[in-house]
Design a protein around this ligand. Structure first.
Ligand code: AHM
Ligand code: MG
Length: 333
């Protein structure tokens, strides 16, 4: 039997490999893993909403029942924000920056999407939490402001996601490879299950919402056409896989190889997905696993952000597949 390594033990071992590390980042990641357990506890009971009380009503204990994404948002802010390790936070659910309940000594910034793909909750399909951690640009936490949140993705010191699926997993990187942990509910621990994840250079799946075909540009349609052609050498045709939960689509493609595309369309020139909460953290993970992430022209991690909620087209996954997509988008094929 393989050795059981808890997420806590793994963080401690990783820290030892970096003698200059203060342990702060380890604590931050552990806080995130703890918050994920709280969110998981509610997500796995989502189907009971009818019995226990619908969102917006009052439950049997006389408490107001919150929508799960808002619940997850509050839990993360309170569970993580109470330790004072973050000076500032930003969430996909909040318009502006969030000052955590305790922040005087915080040297980091946390950006997160509390429950991505939340339209899938009611139908028992995987959803996820995505997070991204940056260092403050200055020394004084009291002076932390939006510019600390609006850093390029290449400045991330850690990023990850939690997928609430047939099992619950946390996947993260601090820039030293990508590691995945599966939650064992019988002991309440995340256990190392996927060490040093790498994504195949070419995949067999493509993930794009083809229902919006009429809005897609010809370059994107040409790429989709290429994916469907028959060619044994490049393993085509690829199979379509589209869950509609970014975390779940990304996670599958990360493990099996594949490309996820949410492009610019005729009606949405920056696509739908958010740079700071979705694209940057997943791009950091993808690159660390040997993959690639761009907006069709530029590396996602090099985009200089101007707004917390700014959107970006996203091509992410297996390196060669993303490069082929870019070639189509740039009219080179
Ligand atoms: P959300 O933040 O409102 O949940 O939207 C993000 C989700 C992603 O998880 C997913 O990739 C995308 O929206 C699907 O969008 P569409 O329904 O347009 O294909
Ligand atoms: Mg989202």
């Amino acid at each position: 039997m393989k050795k059981l390594i808890t997420i806590e033990r793994h963080f401690a071992e990783e820290q030892k490999l970096h003698p200059q590390a203060t342990g702060e980042l380890t604590d931050l990641l552990y806080d995130v893993a703890f918050a994920a357990k709280l969110v998981r506890r509610e997500v796995v009971r989502a189907g009971l909403a009818d019995i226990l009380g619908m969102a917006g009503t009052t439950n049997v204990q006389g408490e107001e029942v919150k929508k799960l994404d808002l619940f997850a948002n509050e839990k993360i802010i309170n569970a993580i924000g109470q330790h004072g390790r973050f000076a500032l936070m930003g969430s996909e659910e909040n318009e502006g920056t969030i000052i955590p309940p305790k922040n005087e000594n915080g040297r980091y910034v946390l950006l997160f999407d509390p429950l991505d793909g939340s339209s899938n909750i009611d139908v028992n399909v995987s959803v996820g939490t995505i997070f991204s951690i940056y260092r403050l640009t200055g020394d004084d936490p009291r002076k932390a402001d939006i510019k600390d949140c609006l850093q390029k993705g290449s400045e991330q010191v850690a990023a990850g996601y939690v997928i609430y699926g047939s099992s619950v997993m946390m996947v993260y990187t601090t820039g030293h490879g990508v590691h995945g942990f599966t939650y064992d509910p019988t002991i309440g621990e995340f256990l190392l299950s996927h060490e040093n994840i790498t994504i195949p250079a070419r995949g067999k799946y493509y993930s794009i919402n083809e229902g919006s075909r009429k809005q897609l540009h010809d370059s994107t349609l040409a790429f989709i056409g290429w994916l469907k052609e028959e060619d044994a050498e490049t393993g085509r045709p690829y199979s379509t896989r589209y869950i509609g939960s970014l975390v779940a689509d990304f996670h599958r493609n990360l493990l099996t190889g594949g490309v996820f595309v949410y492009p610019a369309t005729k009606t949405h020139r920056n696509g739908k997905l958010r740079l700071m909460y979705e694209a940057n953290p997943l791009a950091f993970i993808c690159e660390q696993a040997g993959g690639r992430a761009t907006d069709g022209k530029q590396r996602i991690l090099d985009i200089d952000p101007s707004e917390l909620h700014q959107r970006t087209p996203l091509y992410i996954g297996s390196r060669d597949d993303v490069m082929t997509a870019e070639a189509f988008e740039q009219g080179e094929r």
